[in-house]
Design a protein around this ligand. Structure first.
Ligand code: MG
Length: 244
């Protein structure tokens, strides 16, 4: 297990696959009751410098953790809420073009194992239940993006995402690090997927480090990491109990 957080850390946490076990669909994940408590205690022990940084839209994040509100970034940095009380601010200037949502819906109609998650500034095409379709879906989505500036296709764990090319989990971390209570702290990013690597690079540039989870802990060079989300929750519980 990695060392428990120091009081001068700022913690950035991915959600799916990092805090929560991956479920059949994004809406089917389960938030263990103790996790809300542990996140609240951990945030207090860091003077509030704990943020969720997710590909989910922030309204989905808030529904999951209700009634807990934390600083958070959603849709890979396209939405941002610097403090628990603040309004959610869109960062990306343009919403995703409607015809891309139409193309994704046409892909979802091809096979019952394809699930499209529609967000304001991004879309995700999940193929957990049809893994053999992954390469073909990726090729079709790449073709749909041809000639469009400012958007990118990003691979994840059995998901393709289309998002604003100018925003990432890394730009979200950089925004937080300019703000109280994050400024001047040692940033640590915990994540399990390719999209989290932008967050990893951002914390490393700012003098912090990454704690990769699951498959990423084998590919990302790091002294410490976690086997899975269960291990991350155990580590957070230990930190929360020490802080209580
Ligand atoms: Mg994840």
């Amino acid at each position: 297990m990695p060392p428990l957080p120091q009081s001068d850390w700022a913690l950035f946490l991915d959600i799916d696959g990092t805090l929560l076990d991956i479920a059949e669909t994004p809406e089917a994940v389960v938030v263990p009751a103790a996790l809300r408590d542990h996140l609240r205690l951990a945030a207090a022990a860091l003077d509030g410098a704990l943020a969720l940084v997710s590909g989910r839209a922030l309204d989905s994040v808030d529904r999951l953790f209700d009634p807990l509100r934390l600083p958070a970034a959603g849709q890979h940095g396209s939405e941002w809420r610097p403090t628990p009380q603040a309004m959610i601010r869109p960062v990306a200037v343009r919403p995703l073009p409607d015809d891309l949502h139409d193309i994704a819906a046409q892909l979802a109609a091809l096979h019952p194992g394809i699930l499209v998650e529609r967000k304001s500034h991004a879309l995700a095409v999940h193929y957990r239940h049809a893994p053999e379709l992954g390469p073909d879906l990726g090729a079709r989505l790449a073709a749909a993006l041809e000639g469009r500036d400012g958007l990118m296709l990003m691979p994840g764990r059995q998901v393709w995402e289309i998002k604003d090319a100018g925003q990432s989990k890394g730009t979200a971390v950089e925004l937080f690090l300019q703000q109280q209570p994050f400024v001047g702290r040692r940033p640590v990013f915990i994540g399990d997927d390719r999209t989290d690597e932008d967050g990893f690079r951002a914390v490393e540039r700012a003098g912090g480090f990454a704690l990769p989870v699951g498959p990423l802990s084998r590919s990302w060079p790091s002294r410490h990491g976690f086997a899975d989300a269960h291990a991350v929750r155990g580590w957070l519980a230990a930190f929360a109990e020490r802080a209580r």
